[in-house]
Design a protein. Structure first.
Length: 295
C-alpha cells in the first residue's frame, strides 16, 4: 500500500535522517510494435436454403430423379394471358437444362409445327387453338429457346405431328373442340415417346433419358379415372418396365388462384412459397416441384 508524501515526512522527523540514496533506474520503455492495417472484413457467404429446400431447379431434380430413370415426363400448369404474368415453368426448365442435358437423348415438346401442305385451313385452325388455350405470345419464343438449348446440349428436339385430317377434327365447323385437342395431344406425345424409347434402345445410345415437356395433365402416373385417357404415362411406364418418372413444375403465382390446384395435397407448398424451391413426393416416381416466387 502506498502512503501519502506528508505521512512519510512526519515519520522522518522523529528519527535521524538516513543517508540519501540515488533514485532507482527507471525500466526501459516497451519495444515499439509496428502498426498493421486492419484485416479485410470476411465476405458474407450466400444465403443457403433451409433443409429440404433447394436453391436451383437443377439441384431439386438431382434429388428426385431415380438413378434408373428412362423417360421423364415434365408437366406444367400452363402460362395464360388471364393468369399472373410471371416467369414461366418453361423458362425455368430451359435455364436448368444445361445442368443435366448430357443425360437426355431426346426432348419431346407439347407443340406442333403447321404442315404447309394442309393449306390455309390449317393456319386458321392453329390461330383458333392458340386463342382457345390463351397462351401468351411469349410462349412461342420460349419454346424456340428451349429447342435451341436442347440442340446446344446435343439433344434431339421433337414436336408433335398433325395430319390435315387432324385439323378438321380439332376445329370442326370453325369451332375448337377442346376434347379432341386433348386426345390428339396425348396420342402424339405417347407415339413419339414410345418410338424414341424403341429407337434409342436398339441404337444403344449412352444417354439414359428421354424427356417430355408439356401440360401436367398428360404425364399423370395415377390420373383420375375421368381423365385417364389423356395421360400417356401408363403406356410409357409399361414400355420402360416401370422406369417412367412424373415431375410437375409448379409456378406458385399460377397455382395460387387455380381451383384445381387448391384441392391438391401439395397446395400448402404453394401457400408457403418464397425464395426457395420445394418438393412434394407422391411416390418414388412421382413428384411435384414448387418453384420459388418470381422476384
Amino acid at each position: 500500500m502506498r502512503y501519502p508524501l506528508l505521512a512519510l515526512v512526519l515519520a522522518a522527523c522523529g528519527k535521524s535522517a538516513a543517508p540519501a540514496k540515488d533514485p532507482p533506474t527507471p525500466p526501459p520503455p516497451p519495444p515499439t510494435v509496428a502498426a498493421t492495417p486492419d484485416a479485410a472484413p470476411p465476405v458474407d457467404a450466400p444465403p443457403q436454403p433451409p433443409p429440404g429446400q433447394y436453391a436451383t431447379l437443377a439441384d431439386a431434380l438431382a434429388k428426385v430423379i431415380p438413378a434408373d430413370a428412362r423417360v421423364i415426363g415434365f408437366g406444367e400448369l400452363h402460362a395464360r394471358v388471364d393468369r399472373a404474368q410471371v416467369k414461366s415453368a418453361l423458362s425455368h426448365f430451359t435455364a436448368a437444362l444445361p445442368s443435366f442435358g448430357d443425360k437426355i437423348s431426346d426432348l419431346v415438346v407439347e407443340t406442333f409445327i403447321v404442315d404447309p401442305k394442309c393449306g390455309q385451313s390449317a393456319q386458321t385452325a392453329t390461330k383458333q387453338m392458340e386463342t382457345e388455350v390463351k397462351r401468351p405470345e411469349a410462349t412461342k419464343s420460349e419454346i424456340q429457346l428451349l429447342a435451341d438449348a436442347a440442340r446446344a446440349a446435343k439433344i434431339q428436339p421433337h414436336a408433335m405431328t398433325l395430319s390435315c385430317a387432324d385439323y378438321k377434327v380439332l376445329v370442326p365447323k370453325g369451332q375448337v373442340d377442346p376434347l379432341a385437342m386433348l386426345t390428339i395431344t396425348t396420342r402424339e406425345l405417347k407415339r413419339i415417346a414410345l418410338s424414341g424409347v424403341a429407337h434409342r434402345d436398339k441404337e444403344g445410345n449412352p444417354r439414359p433419358w428421354i424427356a417430355l415437356y408439356g401440360g401436367a395433365l398428360h404425364n399423370d402416373l395415377q390420373p383420375d379415372p375421368a381423365i385417364k385417357e389423356w395421360s400417356y404415362a401408363a403406356a410409357v411406364d409399361t414400355a420402360t418396365k416401370g422406369r417412367f418418372v412424373e415431375i410437375d413444375l409448379i409456378v406458385p403465382e399460377l397455382a395460387a388462384p387455380d381451383p384445381n390446384s387448391q384441392k391438391q395435397p401439395w397446395f400448402d407448398l404453394v401457400k408457403n412459397a418464397g425464395d426457395w424451391i420445394q418438393i412434394f413426393k407422391r411416390t418414388d416416381h412421382s413428384f411435384v416441384v414448387v418453384l420459388a416466387k418470381t422476384k
